[in-house]
Design a protein around this ligand. Sequence first.
Ligand code: PHB
Length: 387
Amino acid sequence: MPLAHRLTALAAALCCAAAANAQGSAPIKIGLMLPATGTYAGLGAAIENGFRLYVQEQGGKLAGREIQYFKVDDESEPAKATDNVNKLIKRDNVDVLVGTVHSGVALAMAKAAKDNNTLLIVPNAGAGDITGPMCAPNIVRSSFTNWQPAYAMGLIAGQKGVKRAITITHSYAAGSESTKGFAEGLEKGGGKVIKDLTLPFPGVEFQALLTEIAAQKPDAAYAFFAGAAAVKFVRDYAAAGLNKTIPLYGPGFLTDGTLEAQGAAAQGMLTALHYADNLDTPRNQAFRKAYALAYKSNADVYAVQGYDAAQILNAGLMAAKGDLAKRDVITAAMRKVTVDSPRGKFTLSAAGNPVQDIYLREVKGLNNEYRSVAAKALADPARGCKM
Ligand code: PHB
């Protein structure tokens, strides 16, 4: 090789080794936007715990890069969501956003992620629009759409012969999508929702609504509540004696992360979700053991979703060898991954939402125990997603 060529080759090697080093030493900035206060605070904590657990299991690094966390408490408050997400995008300059629990807040996050072309992994909020009309290459979800567990629960209720059902929820995107999904599943089995009851988020004044359920005497009630509101609703439902005559169904959020506080009121309840505590797989058992050891509490669906958000990010970063500039490689690999989740293996749809089994579970003691597969490899229809 002529000397000039050799020098050019040497310079190129020096350049890129230096760049790789610089890049290798700079941490990846993760913006965690989750609720730390309010009715969904416990859900936010479990998601963060799960995310951090996976990173710890990789030695504290993803694709050889240190991880640096930036945190904002979104308070499950849609009115503050745009300001809050911009703290992470514009002030902290994060590389990746992870959030959030509440659908109304997550919709604002998705808009900001689209406008700024920031990577976003949604570790809970089920708003259909995020992987529907708002779908984008830089947005994926490690959780569910509100339709998925709701529709599966509706199918089960129909199979149980429910003809007349009442729904009850907070009046916001997640509640209305969940109750609609339930009605759709129920109708397949010849049942019908005769009344939808709502109260403003995050209210917990349930008495008048429970009186209405008692008066209507439906075959079953379906409730979408989560976190502290789910604890209170299930207790109030039992205290009113309704659980003796009108079975209470729900997506599994109604009894996930809540069983210690719900106690006897939740025993025997049937719910549908993409996770069950006692799934008898080495993957789930190892995960639950590691989680309990690290956080002195039991893992729940939110912990699983946080853990899997980190797994999806890792798949993207590994494909790009940790180089954030290789955006297309990262987003393509994040979509192509088969996630080895504690819930069971799942893939992502073209719209970026998990295609996953939905389980029927029954509350026994402090566990949501697996009973059967309510819907196999269920994919959200992703209506309106064009990419
Ligand atoms: C939502 O707002 O989409 C939501 C909140 C809490 C849950 C599930 C969904 O447990």
